[in-house]
Ligand binder design. Structure first.
Ligand SMILES: Cc1ncc(C[n+]2csc(CCOP(=O)(O)OP(=O)(O)O)c2C)c(N)n1
Ligand SMILES: [Mg+2]
Length: 560
């Protein structure tokens, strides 16, 4: 039987439903009206955003939290280029995402028509795959491929361009079946070899990173760690991959990690790198392990064969998704005696000491270490904690204890402006969960307009905005490299509490540590999106040092 004719827009939206799409994030454009019209009657929750960067980051956050492709729709030309930061995050963070972009009519292509872009050229090195769909009858095939490419191997972003006239043309074509992410499992020989290496090891350690994990995968890996008393570390901005309260947890190797953890990683004789790539940040600028051949016996587990042997030559390379690998670990047996158990216990004690908010004492009337201690007491363990990029993020990474998978939205790509849209995406997907975004004053205003989206969809999330009146991270680098020469890093800020109320949310100004707890309680009780505008002493540049100390050290070095 020939299927009923449908417009390209309708075929497209029907494919999204087939593949299980329940949310999408967009900024509308006249270039894809037919798709918007098909969405009018579809069972997909649409979030209309204020800028495509925010929409794309929300979609990326969806991919990060669920493992299913986050979907974003934007218009051609400027809509597409505005969305590019979300694509770049999905690329570096290995998150599945599909960006649908408008395209000029097929009959006008190659004339540089209004807002025309060659997407293959523009997004060729950011996206995993870019396609122009020129025939509505091929939508089922090409959209199905987009879902497979976005989710298989190392997940990432796919761009699907939709010529305007293709979306209004009718075709008779059947839907594709729902996509299935391709799983890769370790072989029996590989798990036997792994067991042999573990039995021979004296100082093994695991580092968990990347994507293609799941709640079950994380639980299974935690059980494996327990049976082996294996110390486990997480990669940069991947703390949610191992419970912080687990006795085997040794902490994360991100920016400014615990020096005791770094020493442990260097002294290890066997490193189990699961899902991660050990790129610039976790590898401490590629200094932790020798390239190409680490001194340590490296077992690298990655879902993409192309990442195995790319930078580091592994002793044992296992092409498997972290979830499938963790399942296979149930068959790996520990030695009778575990010689490293005491070291593991010490590693966890060191982690607890390093992440104790009372261990630091930053200057200022408002002290963020004390606010973090309060957040740890006051917020539920399954709170989704989001951040963008800037020194302020260190407070979340060091002092928040992530206890569950699916609770962290933080860009390993270091993209400012991520925390607020990520939090909005998270609260849209999981309205029952507590969602907090930690933002800097610079970071917040990169996508602060999306606060209007939070108000529009009545999303009671809390933004903790740390205002030090500057692009503090860059000022820190300036004081180190060019002491006393402040250049383009100072900011004059608005009253962010008034900003929140002007948008229809809840705003609070937090000037002292004592102000914080009652302001947070009022924000949570307000039932509205809220901003806590916290005034941070610019001297408190990191949890452990001050701007003046940095400058004086650099000046002394210049003199010497
Ligand atoms: C999109 C983007 N632009 C620029 C940078 C470079 N950058 C990194 S941190 C930073 C300053 C962040 O300032 P703020 O949010 O106020 O946080 P603070 O460092 O002051 O805590 C800048 C400009 C970046 N990482 N991402
Ligand atoms: Mg700042």
């Amino acid at each position: 039987m020939t299927p009923q004719p449908r417009t390209g827009g309708q075929i497209l939206v029907d494919q999204l439903i087939v593949h299980g799409v329940d949310h999408l994030f967009c900024v509308p454009g006249e270039s894809y009206l037919a798709a918007l019209d098909a969405l009018h009657d579809a069972s997909i929750a649409v979030t209309v955003c204020r800028q495509e960067g925010g929409a794309a980051m929300m979609a990326e956050a969806y991919g990060k939290l669920t493992g299913r492709p986050g979907i974003s729709f934007v218009t051609r030309g400027p809509g597409a280029t505005n969305a590019s930061p979300g694509l770049h995050i999905a690329r570096q963070d290995s998150s599945p995402m599909i960006l649908f972009v408008g395209q000029v009519g097929r009959e006008m292509k190659e004339r540089e028509a209004f807002q025309e872009l060659d997407y293959k050229a523009v997004f060729g090195t950011i996206a995993k795959w870019v396609v122009d769909v020129d025939d509505p009858a091929r939508l089922p095939e090409l959209v199905s491929r987009a879902f497979h490419v976005a989710t298989s191997g190392r997940p990432g972003p796919v761009v699907v361009a939709l010529p305007e006239d293709m979306l209004t043309q009718e075709a008779s074509v059947a839907d594709a079946p729902p996509y299935e992410p391709i799983e890769t499992h370790p072989s029996l020989g590989q798990t036997a070899e792994l067991q042999k290496l573990l039995w021979a090891a004296k100082r093994p350690v695991a580092i968990l990173g990347g994507s293609r994990w799941s709640a079950q995968g994380v639980q299974r890996f935690a059980r494996f760690a327990e049976r082996f008393a294996l110390p486990v570390s997480t990669s940069f901005r991947r703390q949610m991959l191992f419970p912080a309260d687990h006795p085997c947890y040794a902490g994360d190797c991100g920016i400014g990690p615990n020096p005791k953890l770094l020493a442990r990683l260097k002294e290890a004789d066997l490193v189990l790198l699961v899902g991660g790539r050990m790129s610039e940040m976790p590898s401490q600028s590629y200094t932790l392990f020798d390239i190409p051949s680490p001194r340590q016996t490296l077992v690298h587990i990655h879902p993409d064969a192309g990442e195995l042997g790319r930078v580091y030559r592994p002793h044992l390379a296992i092409n498997a998704s972290p979830t499938a690998f963790s399942a296979a670990l149930e068959g790996v047996q520990p030695p009778n005696e575990i010689s490293w158990a005491e070291e593991t216990r010490k590693a966890h004690v060191d982690f607890l000491a390093w992440t104790d908010p009372a261990a630091v004492d930053p200057p200022g009337r408002f002290q963020m270490n004390k606010a973090m201690a309060h957040l740890r007491r006051a917020l539920p363990a399954d709170t989704i904690f989001c951040n963008g990029a800037g020194n302020f993020a260190a407070w979340a990474h060091r002092f928040w204890h992530f206890k569950h998978y699916g609770t962290q939205l933080a860009p390993t790509s270091g993209s400012m402006g991520y925390g607020v849209p990520a939090a909005i995406g998270a609260k849209r997907i999981f309205p029952g969960r507590t969602v907090v975004a930690l933002a800097g004053d610079g970071d917040f205003l990169m996508n602060g307009q999306e606060f209007a989206t939070a108000v529009q969809y009545e999303l009671p999330l809390v933004i903790i905005l740390l205002d030090n009146g500057m692009y503090g991270t860059i000022r820190m680098h300036q004081e180190r490299e060019y002491p006393g020469r402040i250049s383009a890093t100072m900011l004059r800020n608005p009253d962010f509490a008034a900003y929140a109320t002007a948008f229809g949310g809840h705003g609070e100004r937090v000037e002292t540590t004592d102000d914080f707890a009652p302001a947070l309680a009022r924000a949570l009780a307000s039932g509205k999106p809220a901003i806590l505008h916290c005034l941070v002493d610019p001297e408190a540049i990191t949890p452990t040092t001050t701007l003046t100390a940095l400058r004086e050290k650099a000046l002394a070095q210049q003199k010497a």
